[in-house]
Design a protein around this ligand. Sequence first.
Ligand code: GDP
Length: 434
Amino acid sequence: KSVVAIVGRPNVGKSTIFNRLVGERISIVEDIPGVTRDRIYSQAEWLNREFNLIDTGGIEAGDEPLLVQMRQQAEIAIDEADVIIFLVNGKEGITGADEEVAKLLFKSNKPIVLGVNKIDNPEMQETIYEYYSLGFGEPFPISGAHGLGLGDLLDEVIRHFPPEEEPEDDDETIYFSVIGRPNVGKSSLVNALLNEDRVIVSNMEGTTRDAVDTPFTRDGQDYVIIDTAGMRKRGKVYETTEKYSVLRTLKAIERADVALVLIDAETGIIEQDKRVAGYAHEEGRAVVIVVNKWDTVESDQKAMQKFEEDIRTQFQFLDYAPIVFLSAETKKRLHTLLPVVKMVSENHAKRIPTNLLNDVIMDAIAVNPTPTFKGKRLKVLYATQVSVKPPSFVIFVNDPELMHFSYKRFLENKIREAIDYTGTPINIFVRRRQ
Ligand code: GDP
């Protein structure tokens, strides 16, 4: 997916535009704790092209002077984005700070689309010509407050996207990423997995700029680790901006089928762990929760049970994810990991026959009749699987409004009871039959 960054001096309206462009998506994930709070990074879509959007204004740089902060934000955008939206304030004209930002962007060789914000009414359109002098071509008048002009701006943005990649098919290789907050042991785990193995071919550059893909084979199965470790090289801004590391995580998740969410057994679960896990869930990846540093815990059956209960309480949205306890350092139980990765990856790509699916649903309805609302009963006509990774189903009904979420949840549980979907989220869409 392409990355679009919004850059500009403070108070030009970056966050307003960001929120406009991501729009409804944010509310969809609201129920995942910690994921949506203060986000500077989200997915957006225009004309069926999905992209990732960064609000660089949300990147905190501590007590640095304004100019330094602006420079850092612009640098991140230049490094990470495929297209940059350079935002200025149409009510204030071009300021010295705008020119500073412009200077940095000029050197970048990235496509830049100039948005002139706060053009709230047609009379103000006249004023935008002065912005040609910034040297980025046609200025696009927009109003974040009123949602005007965004379509034209986005048309121009996606015009600069590279052509869409064909999805690779028939590839038996399992792509997985290792994610988690700093110091949970991501690098240690990757090294432990690879050192065990003598047939590492090479370190190939990933097709995405920063990810390093490392292929290896174990028990006849090909794997590729999509490593975020290589994305750390850039130093201070990257290390000090915790929120920004989200972007790194997302890049790794995006290209993987399976995300290993690492938890530190020594320190226990913290809020940041949930956020990282939330992203994997949101992206529809298969997930394995890996409790690392298990060597530091008095290891008996009870301790494991206790930790597992803790995980289940705190990660309710990942109730489908299996948990593996191990130590990357001592390699204890390390051998239990890859078979689980393989299992969840298979479930993630699983297709089930339509008749089996419909049998499961009709049996479920026989046990627990469909709900009624205002005297009208939900009628389920039939269901079909529409895609994999993750498995996604459409249930056709007489009236989608009658499908209460608890009933949908019940149907999902029945599908999971009948078919092993351990480790993968499943999507159920409810549609009215035409
Ligand atoms: P990353 O930031 O997630 O990549 O974490 P690192 O792999 O750099 O590990 C952070 C620290 O945790 C290092 O000091 C490791 O030696 C330590 N560590 C990693 N795995 C284990 C483990 O299984 N047991 C123990 N006791 N320490 C570990």
